[in-house]
Design a binder for this molecule. Structure first.
Ligand code: GRF
Length: 188
């Protein structure tokens, strides 16, 4: 069984969905470590409740991004992590982690990439008047929301209730992320 670390900076609903998928036998990789850069993030409560070890870091306490990532790397080695999933991790991954985990870092993004990269992607698409929305899971490279696409799922939404749209996007994410990981697991 492959071992994965999940990096998250926010609410952590995708983190919880991955842990549940593993525990329900629907994900062929074990979440062994949660890494967060946000002490107040929802993912802190979720990892505590679910009993997944948590590495909680304050990036400003490190002299550089390289020092920050080298520190994380020590824990990834200690936990024998095979690959990393970014689930709402709001930082660009630097060369230290990219070189240590070649083609082994995966991100989920709430748009049909390459459209609507960056923050607030659902809002960007909604404000642009889109009627087709979706989610992308992709390998991570040095650029923002770039890298080879592993899987996408889309749906039509024609309402004006942004909260309902956001809920639908998250629902699609929670299903697509474990499926996409299972798809590439042998390569990782
Ligand atoms: C998700 O929409 C994900 O696609 C994006 O950040 C959001 C994280 O949501 N990268 P959550 O913290 O998993 O609830």
């Amino acid at each position: 069984m492959k071992r994965m670390a999940i990096f998250a900076s926010g609410n952590g609903s995708n983190f919880e969905a991955l842990v549940n998928a593993y525990r329900d036998g629907k994900l062929q990789a074990e979440p062994v470590l949660c890494v967060t850069d946000k002490p107040g993030a929802g993912v802190v409560e979720r990892s505590t409740r679910l009993g997944v070890p948590l590495l909680l870091l304050t990036p400003s306490h490190f002299a550089s991004k390289r020092e920050f990532e080298l520190y994380i790397l020590r824990y990834l080695e200690e936990y024998d992590v095979d690959f990393i999933c970014l689930a709402g991790y709001m930082r660009l991954v630097g060369p230290t982690l990219l070189e240590a985990f070649p083609r082994s870092i995966i991100n989920i993004h709430p748009s049909l990439l390459p459209a609507y990269k960056g923050r607030d992607a659902i809002r960007q698409a909604f404000d642009a008047g889109e009627k087709t929305f979706g989610v992308t899971v992709h390998f991570v490279d040095e650029n923002l929301d770039s890298g080879e696409i592993i899987a996408q799922d889309s749906f039509t939404f024609d309402g004006d209730d942004f909260d309902a749209l956001e809920a639908k996007v998250h629902q699609v994410e929670h299903k697509l992320f474990p499926e996409a990981i299972n798809k590439v697991i042998k390569e990782l």
